[in-house]
Design a protein around this ligand. Structure first.
Ligand SMILES: [Zn+2]
Ligand SMILES: [Zn+2]
Length: 164
């Protein structure tokens, strides 16, 4: 968490929750970078730990970066500013370089990097959407009616029903 000297009147509390593992990081004016998280172009949010763990993933990231003209230019600038040569991004040093790049530019990563966009993980929200569709229980009213049908009349009943 960021430590601030003095009182900053326009700061506000915010937090980020990983759509994959549920890790939550909060604080005053915390940024995605400080939370060690990243987001994709479809607004998924996830820990940086969940990405770039295999050479295939690294290659996908490079492909995605170079297939977008703006991003490719941004990436080339980043390499230049840090004195990296194109050869450096191959091999084991590549992961480190790309990781530093995503740490600095961790918003709106291409969907090819995102585990959720590639169905290697699923968010609680999407699990709920799936179950609503499969069960036909689209609204809270539908769910409450279903509980009644099942003879569940209290929260205690509900907890016991879940465990049975
Ligand atoms: Zn996570
Ligand atoms: Zn995504």
């Amino acid at each position: 968490m960021k430590i601030r000297a003095g009182f900053v009147s326009n700061s506000s509390s915010s937090s980020f929750v990983c759509d994959i593992c549920g890790r939550e990081e909060g604080g005053w004016d915390i940024t995605l970078e400080e939370a060690v998280m990243a987001s994709c172009e479809n607004n998924h949010i996830f820990c940086q730990d969940h990405i770039l763990n295999t050479q295939d993933e690294i290659d996908l990231v490079l492909e995605a970066i170079y297939s977008n003209a703006d991003r490719a230019e941004e990436f080339r600038d980043y390499l230049k500013c840090n004195d990296y040569t194109p050869e450096d991004i191959k091999g084991s040093k590549g992961k480190y370089i790309i990781f530093k790049y995503t740490e600095e530019f961790c918003w709106d990563l291409p969907f090819s990097i995102c585990p959720l966009c590639n169905l290697k993980g699923i968010s609680r929200h999407d699990v709920l959407m799936l179950l609503r569709k499969l069960t036909g229980l689209h609204t809270d009213e539908d769910v409450l009616k279903k509980l009644e049908e099942l003879g569940i009349n209290s929260y205690k009943d509900f907890r016991e029903w879940l465990k049975a």
